[in-house]
Design a protein around this ligand. Sequence first.
Ligand SMILES: Cc1cc2nc3c(=O)[nH]c(=O)nc-3n(C[C@H](O)[C@H](O)[C@H](O)COP(=O)(O)O)c2cc1C
Length: 211
Amino acid sequence: MIKMKINLASIGMEKGRQYETIITTRNPDGSKNAAPIGVIYAGDDKIITRIFKGSHTLDNMIREKEFVVNITHNPELFTVSLLGNLPQDYFNDDYSLKCGDAYFKCKATSFTEAVKQSDPIKKKGEAIVTKSEVIDMVIDKPVKAMNRGFGYVIESLANLTRFDLVDDAQKEKYITRFKESNRVVLKVGRKEDIKAMQEIKKELIKRGYDL
Ligand SMILES: Cc1cc2nc3c(=O)[nH]c(=O)nc-3n(C[C@H](O)[C@H](O)[C@H](O)COP(=O)(O)O)c2cc1C
């Protein structure tokens, strides 16, 4: 275990980009809660979350002010923490996850009611944007924080290879999917993912598709 100076770039985080993490928090009865949450790196030791009202995570963050951001690529951790309750023996005493690769502890500094216009969920006042400072960081294994962009690039490329083999209705579906993928990558993807999506878009336009 390496306890180190806080440097989120060391786990591959780029300023302004969003990473999928598992946030662990303390419930009112002292038990531990885990949920997948997107974390935006705001530079230096700052991060931002936007969490919809009604979640345990948000309530716990508002009450406790402290929480842990766990870095993992483990699909089981994401799935079980979303669909059910992660068993208490998955957690360390400091609320981090035993089988995460790295984690950082945060202190929330502000909570603001907000809605982001680019999001499909637009109801005002439904979400809270929290700004937080990272106060401690532990890396158990070398890891890059999970970013959704690359998956969309690969899926868009795979669909591109099938374009010439499918009928018009299916082509239309691929175009709709590409538009949605591009929207997400522009929002959360890394620079190289955005560049790749621009190349795919150029290719689709070259082939005569309206984007
Ligand atoms: C990859 C992933 C990222 C997510 N990011 C967010 C997020 O940024 N904000 C949010 O409100 N919900 C997000 N969710 C949904 C929450 O995890 C979900 O609402 C969860 O049930 C909240 O659990 P809790 O009540 O234990 O906090 C995300 C889900 C997944 C699978």
